[in-house]
Design a binder for this molecule. Structure first.
Ligand code: AQP
Length: 324
């Protein structure tokens, strides 16, 4: 059975990309894994959220969302990244052996530079902190969306060169990506992403979300024409939340034509509402007792710390940063 780990940044409300790309796998894997560690990556989020109250709010809300979406504290270890300081110490050990060039090639950093934005050292070294997170828990499976594959490769490079230099210390992780939702499109057809402002939040107000869906731009084929589901954002999003029968019906409707996109949008909004209805109820329940959520996170952090401390000690001993 795999040892699973993944983290998610509390940079705002979670969106469908986060859910279908990553969180859905967290939930499935908690039953199959020998150990499953999931954390709210608040230290990573500090790169973008520069507001204390917001970061705190997003962090707690992130945990509430994960619980509502099906993470079970008795199965998975759920915690906040900064509650495990050992990872930041491990990060330093890894930084000392990470070539600049490896990080310069990372797309998340390159993209920002290409747009002429200023990058902080935190963004540049982001993949190294991520590597420390993964390696600290001896994880061998990391469920993520496609955009994270490169970072897991970087983690493997870093772990491999440490192991090569100082002897077998770290377990080699592997990314696990779901084909069907590796790259969830946003409202504009680009990758759904907070920074592109094209997201559908998982727990948005139902009415507001309906409006958002109705505003999605579509092509201008005449009503009577058959329509192409290939690369059609509405259809792609519908597939995520509709039942198999509903998808089959919609496929037939596209082939036949004779409908307006307004009909598809309505179907999409209905299916989305139904899909997340139970989670929405669970969310209201957890949100009403934030102290219980904090207790879950505290218990999670204790378990996570014990594991991370052992790995840190192993790495320190291997490289000579312990014992003199
Ligand atoms: N569109 C997506 N399709 C599939 N998976 C996705 N993920 C994110 N967007 C998509 C996956 O969600 C997990 C959490 O990622 P994160 O914490 O790094 O969130 P993010 O990538 O910061 O989310 P955004 O909205 O894309 O933020 P910005 O715009 O700041 O980069 C990861 O497993 C990721 O693959």
């Amino acid at each position: 059975a795999p040892r699973v780990l993944s983290g998610i940044q509390p940079t705002g409300p979670f969106h469908w990309g986060n859910y279908f790309g990553a969180i859905q796998q967290y939930v499935d894997l908690q039953d199959q894994a020998a150990e499953a560690y999931y954390f709210i990556a608040n230290l990573h989020a500090l790169n973008t959220v520069r507001d204390r109250a917001k970061l705190q709010e997003y962090t707690l809300n992130g945990a509430i969302d994960l619980l509502a979406l099906g993470l079970k504290p008795e199965k998975a270890v759920l915690f906040v990244q900064s509650d495990v300081p050992e990872v930041s110490e491990l990060c330093w050990l890894l930084l000392t052996g990470t070539p600049m060039g490896l990080l310069e090639r990372c797309v998340s950093y390159k993209d920002k530079m290409a747009k002429g934005l200023k990058a902080d050292a935190g963004l540049f070294t982001y993949p190294v902190l991520q590597a420390a997170d993964i390696l600290a828990y001896d994880s061998n499976v990391v469920p993520v969306g496609e955009d994270q594959i490169q970072h897991i490769e970087v983690c493997r490079d870093i772990a491999g060169s440490f192991n090569h230099h100082f002897g077998e210390t770290f377990v080699m992780p592997k990314a696990q990506v779901l084909d069907a939702s590796a790259k969830v499109p946003g409202l504009d057809g680009e990758k759904m992403s907070k920074s592109y402002n094209n997201t559908l939040a998982v727990f948005d107000d139902v009415k507001a979300q309906r409006k958002q869906i109705l505003r999605i731009t579509t092509d201008s084929r005449p009503m009577e024409d058959p329509k192409n589901p290939e690369g059609d954002v509405l259809f792609d999003l519908y597939k995520l939340v509709a039942t198999e029968t509903q998808v089959a019906d919609m496929t037939a409707l596209y082939a036949r034509g004779g409908f307006g996109y307004g009909e598809v949008k309505k179907a999409l909004a209905d299916a989305a509402e139904a899909y997340f209805a139970a989670a929405r109820e669970r969310r209201a329940d957890w949100a009403a007792r934030p102290d219980d959520v904090r207790d879950v996170l505290k218990a999670g952090a204790e378990k996570a710390r014990a594991k991370a401390a052992a790995t840190l000690a192993r790495a320190q001993a291997a490289c000579g940063a312990k014992g003199y």
